[in-house]
Ligand binder design. Sequence first.
Ligand SMILES: Cc1cc2nc3c(=O)[nH]c(=O)nc-3n(C[C@H](O)[C@H](O)[C@H](O)COP(=O)(O)OP(=O)(O)OC[C@H]3O[C@@H](n4cnc5c(N)ncnc54)[C@H](O)[C@@H]3O)c2cc1C
Length: 235
Amino acid sequence: MKPAAFAYHAPRHLDEVLALLADDGVESRVLAGGQSLVPMMNFRLAVPEALVDLRHVAELHYLRVAADGALEIGAGTTQAQLLRDPEAQAGWPLLVDGVRHVGHPQVRSRGTVCGSLAHNDFFVSYYEVALEPGELLVEARFPAVPAGSGWSFREVARRRGDFALVGVACLVTAAQTRLVVFGASERPVLLAEPDEVAAAVRPLDDVHASAEYRREVAVDLAAAALAEAQERADG
Ligand SMILES: Cc1cc2nc3c(=O)[nH]c(=O)nc-3n(C[C@H](O)[C@H](O)[C@H](O)COP(=O)(O)OP(=O)(O)OC[C@H]3O[C@@H](n4cnc5c(N)ncnc54)[C@H](O)[C@@H]3O)c2cc1C
């Protein structure tokens, strides 16, 4: 299918983007990498009247370490740019490994880090995000990871590059253990202990996998991820 007719804007400055999005008379959508939005428009699941493309807004294209040690990623930065960045690789290995699991190289070369967050899979419910119409996610910030931390990212997908049926990310620091299960509830679930996984997740049955399968895999992945993260922390 082809998308319905829409207007296309290619602003060069952030204030132009915000002004276009603030126009209440037009239902506009931000176009970042287009990796989710364009297929949705082709299937007419999204029918925006106008697209506001971020590609030419130079001030949104950055990846930098801030004075407080956090990694700051502008809305124009692609997943591939994050994966190539040596500072991100060294300081945020869990983030980098997670992004490496997004789709295929072609998808990551256009898809943006902020686009993934804005699209959902964050985080009110399925495809329901906290963004309001007219809002722009300008930047994502990832706090510095303490030295000596251990991490692990594991997922099960039908084929390499597919969306995960279920997955787990784990970070172990001297102060705490953080374990997130995704794909097994309407939004990612943050847990302190792998023992909580079975009770905390509420998977769906769908054509890809049963709820029971997803729950069992989540429990196994959580245990394996925790063990790997602890080993990396100890080493
Ligand atoms: C074949 C294929 C496989 C994929 N596999 C995976 C996968 O395994 N895991 C995974 O997580 N994703 C996967 N994706 C999705 C991919 O990660 C997309 O890149 C991502 O979902 C959206 O990023 P984008 O920059 O392309 O956003 P777009 O498609 O341009 O936008 C998506 C939505 O977010 C909004 N938006 C984007 N940026 C902003 C912003 N800065 N502020 C406000 N709203 C914004 C848009 O208006 C739109 O509603 C896959 C996509 C494809 C095509």
